[in-house]
Design a protein around this ligand. Structure first.
Ligand code: GLN
Length: 243
C-alpha cells in the first residue's frame, strides 16, 4: 500500500509548526509498514490533486494567504474535483479559511475561496488566541481534540457542513456559536494549530483510514502503541484546564 500526501504551499502556509501534521501522517504510515510519499505542491507547480490521497494546507498570515489565493484560484476546479472524489483534505486556519466561499480581510478585501466548505470568514476586531479543547462527534471516548488557536478571522458555517466539534475551551470558529472547524465528505477544516495531529492520534488515524479505505475498502489500519501521544493529549487537556 502506498499513500501520497500533497503538502500545499509548505513554504507559505507554514505557521505554528503545522508541518508537524504531515510528519504525524507520514510516521503513522511508516510505523504500519505503509509506504508514503510526501509531495510538496508549490506556486505554479503543475499539480494533479486526484493523484494524491491526502492534501494538507497549513496556516498563514493574511499576506501569504493572498499570494496562495491567486495560485489556488487556477486550481479551483481540480481541487473541487478531488474533494468530490473523496480525496482526504486537512486544512488548518488560513488554509481552512481558503476552502470556504471568501475570507474578508481587516481592510475589507474579499479573498475568494474554493467554495468547497460551505462557510465564510470575516476578520474580527480582536484576535482569537489561546489553548483550545473541543469535543467531536467523529470519535467515541476520548472524543476530545486539543490544540492552539491564533486567528483574526471569524468563520460562520452554512448548512452544507458539519462542525468538527463543539468548543469546551477557547473560541473556535468565531467565539460566538461554540462550533469549531467544519467537515464535508473527507474534507476537514479546523483552527487547531499545535501542531494538531501529533497529540490527537485518533484524528490522524481517522484521516489515514479514510484515505486507505478509498484505495482498498478492506485495508486494515493496525492499532499503534500510543502511550506518548495520549500523554501529550492529556497534558494539553490539563494545561487548558479541562482535567
Ligand atoms: N490570517 C488568518 C487569520 O488571521 C489565518 C491565521 C492563521 O493561519 N493562524 O485569521
Amino acid at each position: 500500500m502506498n499513500l501520497i500526501i500533497g503538502h500545499l504551499y509548505p513554504d507559505l502556509l507554514n505557521l505554528y509548526g503545522d508541518r508537524g501534521n504531515v510528519i504525524a501522517l507520514e510516521k503513522r504510515c511508516h510505523w504500519r509498514g505503509i509506504d508514503v510519499t510526501v509531495r510538496p505542491l508549490l506556486i505554479d507547480d503543475d499539480w494533479s490533486f486526484t493523484d494524491c490521497d491526502i492534501l494538507f494546507l497549513g496556516g498563514g498570515q493574511d499576506r501569504e494567504q493572498e499570494i496562495v489565493w491567486r495560485d489556488l484560484m487556477h486550481q479551483k476546479a481540480a481541487f473541487r474535483e478531488a474533494a468530490e472524489e473523496g480525496v482526504v483534505v486537512l486544512a488548518v486556519c488560513g488554509g481552512y479559511q481558503l476552502l470556504g466561499h471568501y475570507y474578508r480581510t481587516p481592510d475589507g478585501k474579499d479573498i475568494e475561496g474554493l467554495g468547497i466548505l460551505d462557510l465564510h470568514t470575516v476578520a474580527g476586531k480582536e484576535r482569537l488566541i489561546g489553548n483550545a479543547v473541543i469535543t467531536s462527534p467523529f470519535f467515541d471516548e476520548p472524543n476530545t481534540l486539543v490544540g492552539f488557536e491564533n486567528h483574526g478571522g471569524k468563520t460562520y458555517l452554512g448548512s452544507a457542513v458539519r462542525p468538527l466539534g463543539q468548543v469546551m475551551v477557547g473560541q473556535g470558529n468565531n467565539g460566538e456559536d461554540a462550533t469549531e472547524g467544519a467537515v464535508v465528505k473527507n474534507v476537514f477544516g479546523t483552527y487547531l494549530h499545535g501542531s494538531l495531529l501529533p497529540k490527537n492520534p485518533h484524528l490522524t488515524d481517522l484521516l489515514l483510514s479514510r484515505a486507505l479505505k478509498r484505495k482498498d475498502p478492506t485495508y486494515p489500519l493496525a492499532p499503534l502503541e500510543d502511550t506518548l501521544e495520549w500523554q501529550a493529549h492529556e497534558a494539553a487537556l490539563r494545561i487548558a484546564g479541562t482535567s
